[in-house]
Design a protein around this ligand. Structure first.
Ligand code: PLP
Length: 386
């Protein structure tokens, strides 16, 4: 082994690193020096800028993507006795959100090619109690919105888009977010735009946005920021039971910088993904995620599937990657197989169960080099060619 290879092998390749730099550090410091650190002018500015970026009329910043899902369901009027169709193949927060409002999550299967719900898989989960669907754009792969919006309209169902992973993804030439009744976004460091922790709800409906704004701040009819800004004393009223789901101005300052980098982030990830797709194309038994015909993924997650003809199973491949100094991850989890949902009777979900066992997420991050990508590809090829 040559010394360069030995040095490279020694440096571990991460699965994802947030793209943060001096600009974010300076923006956070500036917010601290301003003396205003809680929800204030920077949150308001971040909300306007983010909503404009994803093509929504209103944005309400919150403390996490999970909080955004929760408030989204409240604002759609979902509650006890309601059933909410959710994909099992998602981060657990998607299903948990239904339980937060007292509703029952009903797990639906996904299509293997995208990992997303389809009209057919949703239809199979509908009952007379179904009131809403949470549609996940899983890993940043846009779901087929037109078909699913039409189905929800036909059955009178609310549609909450879990766009936690989907900032910068596109559907039929427009950003994911355009036309959403309500969409929930996450700014966790595992996503493409981060504020440390954080989230956003977007919607075109002004009344719904106003209610979400109230609910994130204890149900108050006037925000703390507006009360402070007012020359006269303002007496607030609490209109309903709300939550403290506020984002801080420090986070929003970072988010504003991150938002300006979003297009470049997505472009870089799409470059890396297309290089993986070219390099992996010849490997038998392995299929890489790619754009669906109707849209463009942001490649928040670049995943591959192994079929029965691939000589080693997914867990063995993860081990071999790890031994080569590469951090990969199992594919998306299946919530219905977790102990927290053991009490929900779920029919078998063949595509979900298969994907949760035979898919894995490969490293893609800002600044990833061709040499690093080649190391990942080499491990996959060696599994087949020995
Ligand atoms: C990350 C994620 C969430 C939760 O977002 P947080 O900001 O971590 O609360 C919800 N749904 C999906 C699909 C996610 O990937």
């Amino acid at each position: 082994m040559s010394t360069t290879v030995a040095t490279e092998a020694a440096s571990r390749i991460p699965v994802m690193v947030p793209w943060l730099g001096e600009e974010e550090a300076a923006a956070a410091a500036e917010a601290v020096r301003s003396g205003w650190v809680a929800q204030g002018p920077r949150v308001a500015e971040f909300e306007r800028a983010f909503a404009a970026e994803v093509g929504a009329a209103h944005g309400v910043a919150v403390s996490s993507g999970t909080a955004a899902l929760h408030l989204g369901l409240v604002a759609l009027g979902i509650g006890a006795a309601d059933e909410v169709v959710v994909p099992s193949l998602s981060f657990i927060a998607t299903a948990n959100a239904a339980r937060y409002v007292g509703a029952t999550p009903v797990f639906a299967d996904v299509e293997p090619a995208t990992g997303n719900l389809t009209p057919a898989t949703i239809e199979a989960a509908l009952t007379s109690q179904t009131r809403a669907v949470i549609l996940v754009h899983q890993g940043g792969v846009p779901a087929d919105l037109d078909a699913i919006r039409a189905l929800c309209e036909e059955h009178g169902l609310a549609l909450l888009e879990d766009a936690a992973c989907a900032a910068g993804a596109r559907y039929r030439g427009q950003p994911v977010g355009v036309g959403a009744q309500v969409a929930a976004w996450s700014f966790h460091p595992r996503k493409l735009l981060t504020t440390g922790e954080g989230g956003m709800v977007t919607t075109d409906d002004a009344e719904r946005a106003a209610r979400i704004r109230r609910l994130r701040e204890h149900g108050m009819n006037v925000s703390a920021a507006d009360r402070h800004a007012s020359a006269k004393p303002v007496l607030e009223a609490y209109l309903e039971t709300g939550f403290n789901y506020r984002m801080t101005d420090i986070q929003a300052a970072v988010g504003l910088v991150q938002l300006r980098k979003l297009a470049a982030t997505v472009a870089e990830r799409r470059e890396l993904a297309s290089r993986y797709q070219r390099e992996l194309a010849g490997i038998p038994g392995l299929t890489a995620i790619s754009d669906p015909g109707y849209g463009e993924t942001n490649y928040q997650s670049f995943w591959v599937r192994l079929d029965d003809t691939f000589p080693v199973d997914r867990d063995e491949l993860l081990l071999r990657l790890s031994e080569a100094g590469i951090s990969a991850r199992r594919g998306i989890m299946a919530a219905h197989l977790e102990p927290a949902y053991a009490d929900v009777s779920t029919p078998s979900l063949p595509a979900t169960e298969a994907l949760s066992l035979d898919s894995l997420i490969l490293p893609v991050f800002h600044g990833m080099t061709e040499a690093q990508q080649d190391r990942v590809v080499a491990v996959l090829k060696a599994a087949v060619h020995g």
